[in-house]
Write a protein that binds this ligand. Structure first.
Ligand code: LUZ
Ligand code: MOS
Length: 764
């Protein structure tokens, strides 16, 4: 089935937040944010701003009616700075004006007096000073310390991954509208309508039932709107509460890049022990997460890094410890993969290090340690593995032997261009790691003309979830998708939603939809049995008709629906789904947190111009474990998008904060994201079609996040190309591999780049 949004998308008619027609009297908001990363806030002077043309009012923390608090997991994040600022970009005041231009003009007239305090931007420095968001956590299986003594080879090292800007095409924003009796309706560009409702409730002091959140769709989320949409919605709601006027705030790109958190940068140490046969016997890692100035989702992200610290390998002895470190950067947040990619980079770096030292290809080690069904992960879950199936199929189908031979031949012939290859196998756990979040609801109404409307907690953000929801309805009722409308996500129709996140949205909301539709379909079948005077067991719904023992009857869908209505049978249902069989005990750090795992293997080939340091991703050829895809076109789109986003994170996207915590890469002129020219020249995607029973909707495995991690292969392929140019170089495990860093690696000693960076940072 074609994406139900493709018609309006291609015509530019799809409605995003900024397309909602504004009501008469709407005020436009703009936020004044801290120019300093850390300091005492002595004074805020808004008088000149308030006097500007078109300005209606300026709000600060003093105007908050409820609590000045928007922290989710931990209550450590004020909406507006009160006595201290903790990061550059921290909201301090909100200007409300008749136009957006007037509001932004007035921002320049706000004066703040801030007494600077010391700034920390490095997570290791924060940890050394005891600046932790939560106590460290350790996942442990076996006894790594003891086993290292028995290993034939032991290697250690360290690695770094940088942050990543979400760069959703639609920036953050909200539009609040006053309703009667003090209630407020908020249109929000959020992945988590209930999270917004809770934050607004706290800041306004209104009970949740007086706050309606409505989301038609987002122009991208990628995790950036899982929690951080709350801020702008809370600001607009507060402004509406105070002024009783509609208030809209749609951020400019630079406001968005400056004020919102990003993917967490990580810095990690590792130690890996292997046998002569290349079995990984022991692995230890200590990871330092750069959380930024407040918790946001960092503790949950940290947890997912630990869950993925052995990627798709069976390692019998593992000790992994993770620190969430408080720094003076904007609070970092969810980003596709949610700490999983950062955890997986560490084990891949450890394997590459071992391969370097042993003078072999990393894939010889990778292949020998792939998970088999029944293997236990460090957190106690035993897996149903497709790791070897994906790997073997990729090596056969794409003929790894000849890929390698072609690369070797090329490298022998060329001295200034070198190719490199890497294999990136993945294993990603599906479910929110916080078990309670794995629940969802759906509301289905069948109207007397036979048309159907469905509402769920799922937020459409371009990933195609609404199309999948419509497919569930169409399949269960056996009706044409044109008869189905997927309604906006609204907290009055669906309460207590989990955010659309963790790749689990179609699974959770699809299952709730299936439950609701099945209940209605069962009632309709009973009616049909009565009408036809037969047993209900002989009835099926097919082709918009009632079938009796496989034969079409005269009783069509519309007639059946009307018959049920005439008999006063409910044509509506509210379905509730909670993932069965999952649990996790944080005391022992053991359990079965994931409904299932998604596997895959990608082979990446790159060519480096060794004179200039620039490079091309020649191809990424992968085999992906889709289960039984319910929508191959949508799923292919997710694989391509995730892959390219992952490559961007690993190669060209470079977030730069200076030592004062100022974001230097604060616009698209200074922050480079992949475009069509930097995407792989050739992407091949092969389905590993499996019919195994799993908890996915229609056995169609979750596809949102897993493919991002194929992008990690690009880093290691580039690294291998460097070694093919200059075998004396041992490039650092320091992502992203920008062309600049590539050039330094090709010619320098490997640490020259770091030294230059340190000199540059000091000069800022
Ligand atoms: N969000 C969340 C997520 O709250 N919990 C998770 O486990 C998760 N995983 C991936 C992406 N978002
Ligand atoms: Mo996400 S990182 O699934 O919001």
């Amino acid at each position: 089935m074609k994406n139900i949004d493709s018609y309006t998308h291609t015509r530019g008619e799809s409605i995003y937040l900024d397309d909602i027609p504004v009501l008469y009297g709407t005020l436009y908001a703009a936020c004044f944010d801290s120019p300093v990363a850390h300091g005492k806030l002595i004074n805020i002077d808004t008088t000149a701003a308030a006097a500007c043309d078109g300005v209606f009012r300026v709000l600060t923390y003093k105007d908050i009616i409820g609590e000045n608090q928007i922290g989710g997991i931990i209550q450590d994040e004020p909406l507006f700075a009160d006595h201290e600022v903790h990061f550059c970009g921290m909201p301090i005041a909100l200007v409300l004006a008749e136009t957006g231009e007037a509001a932004r003009h007035a921002l320049k007239k706000i004066k703040v007096e801030i007494e600077p305090l010391p700034v920390i931007t490095n997570p290791r420095e924060a940890a050394a000073k005891g600046e932790l968001i939560v106590p460290p956590r350790t996942f442990k299986i076996g006894d790594s310390a003891a086993v290292f003594a028995d290993c034939d080879y032991v290697f250690n090292g360290c690695c770094d991954t940088n942050g990543q800007e979400h760069l959703y095409i639609e920036t953050q924003g909200a539009y609040a509208v006053p309703l009667e009796n003090g209630a407020i309706k908020i249109y929000s560009s959020t992945q988590g309508p209930t999270a917004v409702q809770r934050a607004v409730s706290k800041v306004t002091g209104l009970p949740m039932h007086n706050i309606e959140i409505d989301v038609t769709r987002l122009g991208g989320g990628f995790g950036g709107k899982e929690d951080q949409a709350n801020i702008w919605a809370a600001m607009c709601a507060l402004a509406t509460q105070i002024t009783r006027r509609p208030v809209k705030y749609s951020l400019t790109r630079m406001e968005d890049m400056r004020m919102t958190g990003k993917r967490h940068p990580y810095s990690s140490d590792f130690k890996i022990g292997l046998s002569k046969e290349l079995k990984i016997l022991a692995f230890e890692t200590t990871i330092f997460q750069n959380a930024g100035a407040a918790a946001d989702l960092s503790p949950a992200v940290l947890e997912r890094s630990l869950f993925h610290c052995t990627n798709t390998y069976f390692i019998p002895n593992v000790t992994a410890t993770a620190y969430s470190c408080r720094t003076h950067l904007p609070p970092n947040t969810a980003f596709r993969g949610f700490g999983g990619p950062q955890g997986m980079f560490v084990i891949e770096a450890a394997i590459a290090k071992a391969a370097d030292e042993l003078g072999i290809d990393a894939w010889q080690i990778q292949q020998k340690n792939l998970l088999q069904s029944g293997d236990e992960l460090p957190y106690g879950q035993k897996v149903v593995s497709e790791a070897n199936e994906c790997w073997n199929k990729a090596f056969d189908l794409y003929d790894m032997e000849s890929i390698k031979k072609n690369v070797d031949d090329f490298n022998a012939k060329h001295s200034l261009h070198k190719k490199g290859i890497a294999v990136m196998p993945i294993c990603f756990g599906i479910s929110f790691t916080n078990t309670l979040m794995n629940q969802a609801r759906a509301l289905v109404h069948v109207y007397t003309d036979g048309s159907v409307v469905v509402s769920t907690g799922a937020v459409e953000m371009g990933q195609g979830v609404n199309t999948k929801i419509a497919q569930v309805v169409a399949q269960t009722f056996a009706i044409n998708p044109a008869m189905i409308k997927v309604n906006s996500t609204n907290t009055y129709r669906i309460a207590n939603t989990s955010p659309s996140a963790a790749s689990a949205t179609a699974d959770l909301n699809g299952k709730a939809t299936l439950i609701a539709c099945t209940a209605i379909a069962d009632r309709l079948k009973s009616i049909a049995a009565t009408e036809l005077n037969v047993s209900v067991n002989d009835i099926t719904l097919k082709d918009e008709c009632v079938f009796l023992n496989g034969n079409k009857t005269e009783l069509g869908w519309n007639k059946l629906v009307l018959a049920a209505y005439n008999k006063r049978i409910s044509l509506s249902e509210h379905g509730h789904y909670a993932t069965p069989d999952i649990y996790f005990d944080k005391k022992t750090e053991k359990g079965h947190p994931f409904a299932y795992h998604v596997y895959g293997t990608a082979i990446t080939e790159v060519t480096v111009d060794c004179l200039r340091g620039i490079y091309e991703i020649d191809s990424v050829k992968l085999v992906h474990d889709f289960g039984s895809s319910m929508n191959p076109l949508i799923d292919l789109g997710q694989i391509e998008g995730g892959l390219v986003q992952g490559i961007g994170w690993m190669t060209m996207e470079e977030i730069v904060y200076d030592v004062n915590g100022q974001l230097k890469s604060n616009a698209l002129s200074t922050y480079k994201v992949p475009d069509i020219y930097s995407a792989p020249k050739d992407i091949r995607i092969e389905f590993l079609q499996t019919q195994k029973d799993n908890l996915a909707i229609f056995r169609s495995k979750a596809v949102g996040e897993p493919p991002l991690m194929y992008g990690i292969g690009a880093f290691f392929a580039l690294r291998n190309a460097i070694k093919n140019f200059n075998s004396a170089v041992k490039p650092l495990f320091d992502s992203p591999m920008t062309p600049e860093k590539m050039l330094m690696n090709l010619y320098g000693n490997a640490s020259a780049f770091r030294e230059i960076n340190a000199i540059q940072a000091a000069a800022h």
